[in-house]
Design a protein around this ligand. Structure first.
Ligand SMILES: [Zn+2]
Length: 317
């Protein structure tokens, strides 16, 4: 059994018995630190066409906070099944799906990459436009010993294969779906990124994004999020959400899917507590308890807005 405390929390949530909760092991990852399962949750309607919200965490092994926010949100959702009749009715034609820890091997080995040293967010077969060769952070094929290694573009890493299959089965047949993948480590502010990461060209659903932005600003007037296209911050090769977006968009059939990334601005935590710089996890995770608690509670509001607006998607299209 693993020593990862995150996996213990995931098992605990998965043990909750309710006809609306489906918890399964999607695959497992073997590495020098042991063998680790990857779990998926599918909560609510099993109709393929129902609207869906997906929440994902732990793509980068050092960014534990993304997995923790995902687990906290799942805890909130599952607890409401105990007492909230309105919420249970809502889930009759809505699905909340999640993989809270996509890269358990990396997390166990204290690495951003997966155990093969591949950066899972640079691994898809997509070349970004206009990236200079010195921009190694956009993904590099020079050496697995350097960060941001892209791996083999002919074959996705196992973690990404699991993710792609799960998204295909749980999300891509939905009439309207959004997903959020939670990361940390860039900037001072919490950012909500929409595609593309590969190009400055306009995103096909720019108007839906604008309507979403308006709905968030009006429903939660003092919210903290900066909404932008990912390429406004930086462009990367091989973004798995660009890949999944294109896969859906090129085969769409009057249905919609928008994958988002929530990038928690960890530089602010470091600025307030510079000693964090001396810890490998401190750059990507809040260390002080009050800051950790604030992060755990604040994003539940955001994720709740997501599932409400996705269910009322007429307001966006
Ligand atoms: Zn990340």
């Amino acid at each position: 059994m693993s020593k990862l405390k995150e996996l213990k929390s995931i098992y605990k949530l998965g043990a909750f018995e309710h006809e609306l909760v489906r918890f399964q092991e999607l695959g497992s990852i073997s590495c020098s630190a042991g063998t680790y399962p990857v779990h998926g949750f599918s909560i609510g309607s099993q109709k393929p066409e129902s609207p869906v919200l997906g929440v994902f965490g732990g793509v980068h092994g050092l960014e534990r906070v993304g997995t923790h926010v995902t687990i906290t949100f799942l805890q909130h959702v599952i607890e409401r099944l105990n007492w909230d009749k309105d919420f249970i009715r809502f889930l009759e034609d809505f699905r909340i799906v999640s993989i809270p820890l996509i890269n358990p091997g990396g997390m166990a080995m204290l690495k951003r990459s997966n155990p093969n040293n591949v950066d899972l967010m640079r691994n898809a077969p997509i070349e970004a436009e206009g990236v200079k060769p010195w921009q190694l952070f956009s993904g590099q094929s020079i050496s697995p010993k350097l960060m941001w290694y892209r791996g083999n573009q002919d074959k996705l890493e196992k973690e990404n294969q699991i993710l792609v299959k799960f998204v295909q089965e749980e999300i891509l047949s939905s009439r309207f779906a959004m997903s959020i993948d939670i990361h940390s480590g860039f900037g001072l502010q919490d950012r909500l990124w929409y595609p593309y990461a590969k190009t400055d060209q306009a995103f096909p659903y720019e108007q839906i994004v604008k309507n979403f932005e308006k709905s968030l600003a009006r429903t939660y007037p003092y919210h903290i999020y900066k909404i932008e296209k990912q390429s406004d911050s930086y462009k990367i090769h091989g973004d798995i959400w660009d890949y999944l977006f294109d896969l859906h968009y090129n085969n769409r059939n009057d249905n919609y899917y928008i994958p988002w990334t929530l990038e928690l601005g960890s530089w602010r935590w470091v600025k307030k507590n510079p000693m964090q710089l001396f810890s490998v996890l401190g750059l990507f995770n809040p260390v002080e308890q009050h800051r950790y608690n604030r992060i755990m509670r604040r994003h539940i509001l955001l994720l709740s807005h997501y599932y409400r607006i996705v269910n009322n998607y007429d307001a966006l299209i």
